[in-house]
Design a protein around this ligand. Sequence first.
Ligand SMILES: Cc1cc2nc3c(=O)[nH]c(=O)nc-3n(C[C@H](O)[C@H](O)[C@H](O)COP(=O)(O)OP(=O)(O)OC[C@H]3O[C@@H](n4cnc5c(N)ncnc54)[C@H](O)[C@@H]3O)c2cc1C
Length: 452
Amino acid sequence: MSNRDYDLFVIGAGSGGVRAARMAAAFGARVVVAEDRYMGGTCVNVGCVPKKLYVYASAFSHDCEDARGFGWDSQVPGFDWSTLRDNKKQEISRLNATYRDLLSGVDADIIDGRATIIDTHTVAVNGQQYSTDKLLISTGGWPRRDTTPGAELGVTSNEIFDLEEFPRRIVVVGGGYIAVEFAGIFNGLGSQVTQLYRGPLFLRGFDQDIREHAAREIAQSGVDLRFNVVVDSIEQTSSGLLCQLSDGNSIEADQVLYAIGREAHLEGLGLENVEVALNNNGTIKVDTEFCTSEPSIYAVGDVIGRMELTPVALAEGMAFARKQFGPKDMPVGYDFIPSAVFCQPNIGTVGFTEEAAREEFGDITLYKSTFRPMKYTLSGRNEKTFMKLIVDTASDRVVGVHMMGPDAGEIIQGIAIAMKAGATKAIFDDTIGIHPTAAEEFVTMREPWTAS
Ligand SMILES: Cc1cc2nc3c(=O)[nH]c(=O)nc-3n(C[C@H](O)[C@H](O)[C@H](O)COP(=O)(O)OP(=O)(O)OC[C@H]3O[C@@H](n4cnc5c(N)ncnc54)[C@H](O)[C@@H]3O)c2cc1C
């Protein structure tokens, strides 16, 4: 044991930091965690958790409409934003306390305050300095701000959950999964939603078929989706926020949400006091063991910008703690990481996109299916599910699975296990389906897709 105050000083009590701290402390390390905003970090406070709660809230309007076809005399009832917001706050407070308990339960110290690195073994919080053998930066990401005149009148994902007033009209700027999810949330809650994206098609990085299917479904669900357009300026008027667009149009809204990407959260961290190298995109550069260019300083999670997802931050935090303090090394496997977009309907995806698979494997075989979910045959909803399998022709291995349809996130999680295990198309074919489900389509697609 060293004569420093701690074996490990963790900066940031988000997904990665808390997991690393808990595991290191459980392995016997003397651990402290500094957190300056909220226990649990982005995911718990302004990310996955409140987002999913709001997605659930937004789905009730669809459910009420669908119920009529099944004989229910249902009207879409009124929606009260303050009930949703305040119930969400209560649940998040419960989770904040749970995270605090998880750390105290393994005897990790907690300091509420912003941490600044003083040197490679010293951190200052609230005017006090602490020495440590190892330092872990897990400060996460922060929403990018736009420089458009008047952009400061808008909000980001940090503020949107706690708006005082429900926005009857909202402009969502951005084309990533966060922008798409919020457009769906407010659409479902009853706002008039306009989503603007600067490029020709949103959801960059997703499979092209999924992107196109999503654009059709989302536009059909009522979101006014506009591509190749940006906001040039925003002005406060007596009746709202007036957005002047690059295509010459203007839109008035009650709220403008900027969801135009996230950056590594490094402000005030004191990186100028050490030699921690950054990647070109401003994230922290680490090696395979999450060590930065300073041998005593490590980093995990969104701040290293590998895959900005909670389960990835958790896995990195665990791998770091095991490697540095545990009995056995267990590196993170970055291949076949599944993910979901909680829009209406959901997108679930794992593995290669068609474009990436073609580049990686050359000869690929595609299987595609588009169908109307059984539930909508009676409700009359005009929504289609889309599924796609991508197979490496030479090995028969399934290398990409993509879906847009109800519960796609839940379905793809199971498929990801098969893919991690190296499942071939022959194994998919040999698997008996569960009937009647949408998921059974994944094991019954027999005819390769050919361009007509
Ligand atoms: C709107 C939204 C929706 C999302 N939805 C999903 C989803 O559905 N699924 C999914 O997997 N991921 C989702 N994510 C991403 C997920 O939230 C992040 O990948 C995850 O939180 C990253 O964890 P982290 O530990 O790297 O950082 P964070 O969770 O961001 O934690 C970093 C913590 O460090 C603290 N901190 C920063 N600087 C300092 C300092 N100097 N001193 C002390 N404390 C500091 C911050 O206050 C914060 O609490 C979403 C993100 C957003 C914004």
